[in-house]
Ligand binder design. Structure first.
Ligand code: FES
Ligand code: FES
Length: 161
């Protein structure tokens, strides 16, 4: 059966009304319908976290959310993190601390870290490691990722959201 539903989803401050198949995943809605390809798909088992976005301010794996479940929600993707041509402090910190190599995991890491810092603006190293344990990186050994998040936290007055 091919059921469609009308959804209204705000993505990076822009509201979109779309007819979507009931089975369409949020990650595919973002990538294919809206062309926001910064959100990656790294697995199909909800393990890797490459697809992490903020839904009403909370980090979610967008491969585990249906687009219809996001009806009425506010979504932030990596494309929505920079403002007025300025990188988000987390993006700056990943850049400055070599927190990425291939970059595949990076959008998801940054969105998960944004949620973490919103809940805990001054985390310990252990709390950062724990907060990011749902996000996998094949390249970095995590050390510089953790360093990046701690660096961004140290400048937390600038950290949104
Ligand atoms: S693609 Fe969503 S967790 Fe891997
Ligand atoms: S930088 Fe390559 S997967 Fe994390």
């Amino acid at each position: 059966m091919n059921t469609t539903a009308r959804v209204r989803i705000t993505v990076n401050d822009e509201t979109h009304e779309s007819d979507v198949e009931a089975r369409l995943l949020l990650v595919h809605y973002l990538r294919e319908r809206l062309g926001l390809t910064g959100t990656n798909v790294g697995c199909d088992t909800s393990n890797c976290g490459a697809c992490t976005v903020l839904m009403d301010g909370e980090a979610v794996k967008s491969c585990t959310v249906l687009a219809v479940q996001a009806d009425g929600a506010e979504i932030t993707t990596i494309e929505g993190m920079s403002r007025d041509g300025q990188l988000h402090p987390l993006q700056e910190a990943f850049w400055a601390n070599h927190g990425l190599q291939c970059g595949y995991c990076t959008p998801g890491m940054i969105m998960a870290a944004a949620d973490l810092l919103a809940r805990n603006p001054n985390p310990s190293e252990e709390e950062v490691r724990h907060g990011l344990e749902g996000n996998l990186c094949r390249c970095t050994g995590y050390h510089n990722i953790v360093k990046s998040v701690l660096d961004a936290a140290s400048k937390r007055e600038e950290v949104r959201p």
